[in-house]
Design a protein around this ligand. Sequence first.
Ligand SMILES: [Zn+2]
Length: 174
Amino acid sequence: MRFVLGILTALAVLIGVPGIASAAPQDVHVVTYDAGRSAEFRQAVDQGAQIWNDSVKNVRFEPANGGSADVVVLADDGWPRTQPDDLGKGTVWMGREAVNEGHDVTRIAAHELGHILGLPDHRTGDCAELMSGASAGPSCKNPKPNAQEIAQVEQNFAGGARIVPRLIREEASR
Ligand SMILES: [Zn+2]
């Protein structure tokens, strides 16, 4: 009997039965992103995605392999902005206007991806916060979410949070 249970448990782990295999990969919500049209920002977008992957465990960004991506990242000359369609889905514009004002490109990418993960702007001017965005000024180069922001994202993807589809346009720091 113990042998049979052992086989069943091994099978459960292999096929990822929830509750038995608690760390099953399907517990992680995968968000695919397409940075193929983000021009000179491609590396920053990859870095921003990697920062989130290193920070949270309930959701993971993965580059889209053809087909349609959950998140499309584009480049243009406006202010950076994000149009979320749902939690983990939407469009990001990496606007050159903020980069031209000296804002850190990796911080911008991680910030916009933060909107995709359901975080709102929090314009406190605090550089320790990722979602303070441009309010922290161009001298702020911090591309990492703080503990509170990490906790909120973990909660969003643990509880199936929904977000309101609404264009989030960054504001100039001046
Ligand atoms: Zn923002």
